[in-house]
Design a protein around this ligand. Structure first.
Ligand code: SF4
Ligand code: SF4
Length: 154
C-alpha cells in the first residue's frame, strides 16, 4: 500500500482489501516465478500468463477468505521485498480507459482514502510513480484489471 496517502493503522484495523469473496478470488495479487520459488512449499498456485496466483479454497460456509499472508492481528506478513507489486501500490489500480489503454485509478470504497484530486496524491504520481506503474503493467498484464465503478480514474 502507498503509506504516504493511506494510513497503515486504518488498514491494519480493517483488512477488508486482503479478504476475497469467491467471485473476486481472481483479484488475488500475482507473483513472479522467482517470488513463488522463494515461498515455503504448500501453497496451491495457478499460472496466469507468466505470473502465478495463489488459489484460495472456500468451504461451503465461506462468504470470503483472507489472503494466506494476512495475519488477523498484524496485517500482511510478507516482507516488503516479497510483497506483490499490486499490493505495494494499493489503493491505486490499473484499468483500461475508454480507448482501452491502461490508466491509473483510485479505489473509492472506504473513508480512509484520499480524494482523487488530493494534491499529495498527484505529487506522488508526478514524482515518477505513474510512469513506474504503467511500465510495470506493460511487463505484467495481470496488473490490468477490468473497470469497476468503485474506482475513479486519476
Ligand atoms: S483501503 Fe479502506 S477498505 Fe481497504 S483495508 Fe484499507 S481501510 Fe479497509
Ligand atoms: S500479499 Fe499481503 S497485502 Fe497483498 S493481499 Fe496478501 S496480505 Fe494483503
Amino acid at each position: 500500500m502507498l503509506k504516504s496517502i493511506l494510513s497503515p493503522k486504518t488498514c491494519a484495523a480493517c483488512k477488508n482489501c486482503c479478504v476475497f469473496r469467491p467471485e473476486s478470488a481472481w483479484e488475488m495479487p500475482t507473483f513472479s516465478k522467482a517470488a513463488i520459488d522463494r515461498l515455503p512449499e504448500g501453497y496451491p498456485i495457478q499460472p496466469d500468463g507468466d505470473r502465478y496466483r495463489i488459489m484460495l479454497s472456500y468451504g461451503a460456509e465461506d462468504a470470503a477468505r483472507p489472503c494466506p499472508f494476512l495475519d488477523s492481528q498484524t496485517g500482511c506478513t510478507l516482507p516488503p521485498e516479497e510483497k506483490p507489486f499490486a499490493c505495494g501500490i494499493w489503493p491505486i489500480r490499473v484499468m483500461p480507459d475508454s480507448d482501452g489503454k491502461p490508466a491509473l485509478t483510485l479505489y473509492q470504497g472506504c473513508d480512509g482514502l484520499p480524494d482523487a484530486d488530493a494534491p499529495a496524491l498527484h505529487a506522488l504520481l508526478d514524482s515518477g510513480l505513474r510512469l513506474r506503474i504503467l511500465k510495470a503493467a506493460e511487463q505484467d498484464p495481470t496488473l490490468i484489471v477490468p473497470y469497476h465503478p468503485n474506482y475513479r480514474y486519476l
